[in-house]
Design a protein around this ligand. Structure first.
Ligand code: PLP
Length: 430
C-alpha cells in the first residue's frame, strides 16, 4: 500500500498487509515460527550480510511482526519502525544506535515512573547518563545539552499528570544541537499527536496501551521519521562509521534513510534480543484497526468524567489537559487537537488515605497497573508505579500521594461517573 496516499483510518486497517497470496486469508496470519528456509547457501550468505532483505530468524524479523512495523511507520508517516517486546525495550533500542559509553541524554522530568527508573539507574550500567529537566521549560533542555548529548527525550502527553510539553520549541532546540528529539507518544498515539509534524525525529511506543487497546499483549516500537541526518561519523559512529561485524559496512551509506531502522533490527534485536512475539503482533494489529474510533470515545468519556470530578466537593484538582482550567489546555489544543487522551490524575482533598480508599472502592474501574485498556482502570501511583521514586521525584513527575490516576475506558460515561460518585462517598467517610 502506498504509504502517504491514504487517510489515517485507512492506514490503520491496511498499511503493511495484503491478503495471504497462497490461501487468500484476509487477516494477517500469525507466523508462529522461529526460522526460515534459505533458497541456497548464497541466499543465506547474502541475508546474513544484509545484502538483501528477507527473513532469517524471528529474533531479528518475523512476517507478522514486519506487518506491524510497516503499519506503525505508516501511521506516523515515518520511513521505518522496529517492533520490540515492550515499550521499555523500545526505549533502549531507540537509543542504542545513538549512544556509546560516556554519552548522555536530556530527558523531561515528567515521564512514566518506570522510564525515570530505567534511565536514571539501569542506563548507568552502560555508562549512559541522563539529566532530567523541567518538562515544561524548553530552555531547560537547551541548558543541559553538552558535547556528549546524543538525544532529547520527552513524552508529549505525560503519564500520569496530564502535562503537555511544547514539542515544537523542544524540537527546535534539538535541531540547533543537531541531535534527534525522541517522543514517547504512548499516551497520545499517532491518532492524537503527530510528533514528526512538529520536528521530532523519532517516536517510541508502548503498544501495550492504546495501540493494542484491550490489555492483552505487551509490545513496543521505535519509529524513524527519516528526516534526521544520522550521517555524522563523530557523533553517531554506530551508524556513520564502518561496522566491523558486518564487514565494515556503513549503515548510513548502505541503507540511506533506513539506516537507523535497519541498525535497530540487525544489531539491536539481534544482540539484545527483545523481539516481539508473533501472537502479540497479531493482537496489536487487530487493536490498531479500531484505534481512531476508540481514541475518539476514550477522549469523549475522559472529558465527561473529568468535568464531573472537577465539580465534586471532595476533589482538590483534576489534572486533565482537556479541561479549560488546565494550564496545558492551549498546548493540548495545538498538539492534541482531536482530544487530550484518556489518562489523567485527580487530587483528593482527603490526601493519601482518601486516594487509597477511592482506588479500592470502585467497581467498574479495575485497580491495576496499566493504562489504555478499553476497560476503565484506576491506580494510586505513589504506592505503585512511582513507588521507587523519591517523594520529590513523585511530585515532580505529577504522582504525589493524594493523587489517583484514571485511565478512562469505553464504557457508558454515565456509569463511570456513577461509580466514581459512589467511590468518593466511601472515601469521604474516612
Ligand atoms: N511509556 C509510557 C508512557 C508508559 O506508560 C509505559 C508503561 O506504562 C511505558 C513507556 C513502558 O511500556 P511497557 O510496559 O510496554 O514496557
Amino acid at each position: 500500500m502506498a504509504r502517504k496516499s491514504y487517510g489515517f483510518e485507512t492506514r490503520a486497517l491496511h498499511a503493511g498487509a495484503t491478503p495471504d497470496a497462497e490461501t487468500g486469508a484476509r487477516a494477517t496470519p500469525i507466523y508462529q515460527n522461529t526460522s526460515y528456509v534459505f533458497d541456497s547457501s548464497e541466499h543465506a550468505a547474502s541475508l546474513f550480510n544484509l545484502q538483501e532483505p528477507g527473513f532469517i530468524y524471528s529474533r531479528l524479523t518475523n512476517p507478522t511482526v514486519a506487518v506491524l512495523a510497516e503499519r506503525l511507520a505508516a501511521l506516523d508517516d515515518g520511513v521505518g519502525a522496529t517492533v520490540t517486546a515492550s515499550g521499555h525495550s523500545a526505549q533502549i533500542l531507540a537509543l542504542l544506535p545513538l549512544m556509546g559509553p560516556g554519552d548522555h541524554i536530556v530527558a523531561a522530568n515528567k515521564l512514566y515512573g518506570g522510564s525515570i527508573n530505567q534511565m536514571g539507574h539501569t542506563f548507568k550500567k552502560w555508562d549512559w547518563s541522563v539529566d532530567f529537566v523541567e518538562a515544561t521549560e524548553p530552555d531547560a533542555f537547551a541548558r543541559a545539552i553538552r558535547p556528549e548529548t546524543k538525544a532529547l527525550f520527552v513524552e508529549c502527553l505525560a503519564n500520569p499528570g496530564g502535562v503537555v510539553v511544547d514539542l515544537e520549541a523542544i524540537a527546535k532546540i534539538a535541531a540547533e544541537a543537531e541531535i534527534p528529539l525522541i517522543v514517547d507518544n504512548t499516551m497520545a498515539t499517532p491518532y492524537l499527536c503527530r510528533p514528526f509534524e512538529w520536528g521530532a525525529s523519532l517516536a517510541t511506543y508502548s503498544t501495550t496501551k492504546f495501540l493494542q487497546g484491550q490489555g492483552v499483549a505487551l509490545g513496543g516500537a521505535v519509529v524513524d521519521s527519516g528526516r534526521f541526518n544520522f550521517n555524522q561519523p563523530d557523533k553517531f559512529p554506530s551508524l556513520a562509521k564502518p561496522a566491523p561485524e558486518y564487514h565494515d559496512l556503513i549503515f548510513c551509506e548502505t541503507f540511506g534513510d533506513l539506516a537507523y531502522t535497519i541498525y535497530g533490527q540487525a544489531v539491536g534485536l539481534r544482540d539484545l534480543g527483545p523481539s516481539q512475539q508473533p501472537m502479540n503482533a497479531f493482537l496489536t494489529l487487530l487493536g490498531i484497526e479500531t484505534l481512531p474510533l476508540r481514541m475518539e470515545r476514550h477522549c469523549a468519556n475522559a472529558l465527561a468524567v473529568a468535568e464531573f470530578l472537577e465539580g465534586h466537593d471532595q476533589v482538590a484538582r483534576v489534572n486533565y489537559a482537556g479541561l479549560k482550567s488546565s494550564p496545558y489546555h492551549d498546548l493540548a489544543r495545538k498538539y492534541l487537537p482531536k482530544g487530550a487522551g484518556s489518562v489523567f490524575t485527580v487530587e483528593l482533598k482527603g490526601g493519601f488515605e482518601a486516594a487509597k480508599k477511592l482506588t479500592e472502592s470502585l467497581e467498574l474501574f479495575s485497580h491495576l497497573a496499566n493504562i489504555g485498556d478499553a476497560k476503565s482502570l484506576v491506580l494510586h501511583p505513589a504506592s505503585t508505579t512511582h513507588n521507587q521514586l523519591s517523594p520529590e521525584q513523585q511530585t515532580a513527575a505529577g504522582a504525589g500521594p493524594e493523587l489517583v490516576r484514571l485511565s478512562v475506558g469505553l464504557e457508558t460515561a454515565a456509569d463511570l461517573i456513577e461509580d466514581l460518585d459512589r467511590g468518593l462517598a466511601k472515601a469521604a467517610k474516612l
